[in-house]
Design a protein around this ligand. Structure first.
Ligand code: FES
Ligand code: FES
Length: 160
């Protein structure tokens, strides 16, 4: 099995890793770096639970090989920070508006929403729903998630 040296900057920390060519970024984050906030919810690239930011853009980390991310800056849910007792506005929005139930989809929802608000700080509800089309939730019915993101849009922070 061929192995490759990769360098990842994850949540601001540089990591030098030796990974199998077929190793997915999500497994590297979870198994090699212990960042288990990034979830695996499917094996069909549909659920979005594995969403992270790669060089600032949201990406499903189950669709990216670790070697493809060589040299990239990756942000996971553990890397978010903000003025709400350390939480970002999106994280606080989910807390304020009860945007989660079981929480399985939540890290992916929050990372996708963080990317959405970075590109569009004042989205309409329709734009929020379109922005989350790649993220599935089996619990909430989505309304509370939309409200959570609207809360975040109304309480922006400097890095959004
Ligand atoms: Fe479901 Fe990545 S784990 S899309
Ligand atoms: Fe349970 Fe979304 S809160 S899957």
């Amino acid at each position: 099995m061929s192995r490759h040296d990769v360098e990842l900057i994850v949540n601001g920390r540089r990591h030098e890793l030796r990974v199998q060519a077929r190793h997915l970024l999500v497994h590297t984050l979870r198994d090699e770096l212990g960042l288990t906030g990034t979830h695996v919810g499917c094996d069909t690239s549909n659920c979005g639970a594995c969403t992270v930011l790669i060089d600032g853009d949201s990406a499903k980390s189950c669709t990216v090989l670790a070697v493809q991310a060589d040299g990239a800056e990756v942000t996971t849910i553990e890397g978010l920070r903000g003025p709400y007792d350390g939480l970002s506005a999106v994280q606080e929005g989910f807390r304020q508006e009860h945007g989660l139930q079981c929480g399985y989809c939540t890290p992916g929802m929050i990372m996708a929403s963080t990317s959405l608000l970075a590109q569009n700080p004042s989205p309409t509800d329709r734009e929020i729903r379109q922005g989350l089309e790649g993220n599935l939730c089996r619990c909430t019915g989505y309304e509370m998630i939309v409200r959570s993101i609207r809360w975040a849009a109304e309480h922006p922070q400097p890095d959004q």
